[in-house]
Design a protein around this ligand. Structure first.
Ligand code: PMP
Length: 384
């Protein structure tokens, strides 16, 4: 069998297990998607604040633009000629908002997570990572020279045991977690993580706020802001592709870490910087983030309604955020249920292995502030 035939066989096996993925053909219309001519409410977007669906915001942004500021390319890495002043402006704004010494912006969350960990780790580094961290963090760990041990999801007791047993053997230990987990929508125990970090020497904390930036905290800076731990986190990372309705990612950190990354981080050094027009839009949103409080409150409210309804219907729902999974189990059953919701005009999607563990296929409701309470209540009626 040649390699192409082998690929065909593997794809066939995925299909038989209902785990074959395809790129869906869809059109967008504000908060709706149109699939095969059917208009559906999008319940699978990371546009948590509804900013991507907000035409007025884009109109306002367009008014500020001129041909000179509408720059769709940076033409270079930031280390060469791609470091436009708008980058510095965004980074200074972020550092000011977070109250940190520095900030650094990247092309995506994937670039951030696959670049930072290899840059700051060596063979004398131990990474202790939550079992459920995102694929980009796992890839970052794989690319690094560090040794890695995964601890059971949110199991602080096991993490403490691993720290006690191992920390003295290594130059540094980096604890890696998300703040809001992307598939279960539950939250990390930041208080305990910070306590553990301080309980041992040379322990650093890496927190990915991809799903919390914009959504949590009084100013929308994330779960670290909400819990008051911004200053305790050494690598506080977030993305702009979700609630901030843009693209890219950031770290807020000490000046030394920023300088080190500029010198060592391959996914920053060896890539063309995001276009200045994109950075300008991100800055436009970041400056308004604190003002989107009502959207955050509404989002919290509809998330609570859906979560409570799922629990009442007997589902195990670990969520504490606007990511509300309905864990079904078998992939085939999950697909059928998602199709049924779609038939009623709700674009909910199944999430299957390998994205989630075997036997935990789910419909992952990813709510946005554009969805009304009435729509959530209607959705609940169709959930068996
Ligand atoms: N971290 C987490 C927790 C994510 O869920 C994602 C994207 N789904 C990323 C990082 C990657 O971010 P980006 O889409 O900007 O590459």
């Amino acid at each position: 069998m040649n390699v192409i035939e082998q690929m065909q066989q593997e794809l066939q096996a995925l299909k038989e297990r209902s785990n074959l993925r395809t790129l869906p053909a869809l059109a967008h219309e504000g908060r709706n998607v149109i699939v095969n001519g059917q208009r559906m409410l999008n319940l699978s977007s990371n546009d948590y604040l509804g900013l991507a669906a907000d035409r007025k915001l884009r109109e306002e942004f367009l008014q500020e633009l001129t041909v000179d500021t509408f720059l769709p390319t940076s033409s270079s890495s930031r280390l060469l000629t791609g470091n436009f002043t708008i980058y510095e402006e965004l980074e200074q704004t972020l550092a000011q908002l977070f109250g940190t010494e520095a900030a650094l912006v990247f092309n995506s969350g994937y670039h951030a997570n696959t670049g930072i960990l290899p840059a700051v780790s060596d063979t004398q580094t131990l990474i202790l990572a939550d079992k459920l961290v995102h694929a980009s963090l796992i890839d970052g760990i794989r690319l690094s020279a560090a040794r890695c041990i995964r601890y059971r999801h949110n199991d602080m007791k096991q993490l403490e045991r691993l720290l006690a047993e191992n920390h003295a053997t290594y130059r540094q230990v980096i604890i890696v977690t998300e703040s809001i987990f992307s598939m279960d929508g539950d939250v990390a125990d930041l208080k305990e993580l910070v306590r553990l970090k301080h309980a041992y020497d040379n322990v650093l904390l890496y927190v990915d706020e991809a799903h919390a930036f914009g959504v949590r905290g009084n100013q929308g800076l994330g779960y670290a802001e909400e819990t008051g731990y911004i200053r305790e986190i050494d690598f506080l990372v977030g993305t702009f592709g979700k609630a901030a309705a843009s693209a890219g990612a950031y770290i807020v950190c000490q000046r030394t870490i920023r300088e080190y990354l500029v010198n060592q981080m391959r996914t920053l050094i060896f890539t063309t910087a995001l276009p200045p027009i994109n950075i300008a839009w991100t800055l436009f949103i970041v400056r308004r983030l604190a003002g989107f409080k009502e959207r955050r409150i509404h989002l919290k409210n509809i998330s609570n309604i859906l979560r409570n309804a799922l629990k009442e219907k007997g589902y195990d729902c670990p969520s504490a955020s606007c990511i509300v999974p309905m864990i079904v189990g078998a992939s085939s059953d999950t697909i059928l249920r998602a199709k049924e919701l779609q038939r009623h005009g709700f674009y909910a999607l199944p999430v299957r292995p390998p994205t989630v563990p075997e036997g935990t296929s789910r419909i992952r409701f990813s709510l946005t502030a554009e969805i009304t309470e009435e729509e959530i209540k209607e959705l609940i009626q169709y959930i068996q």
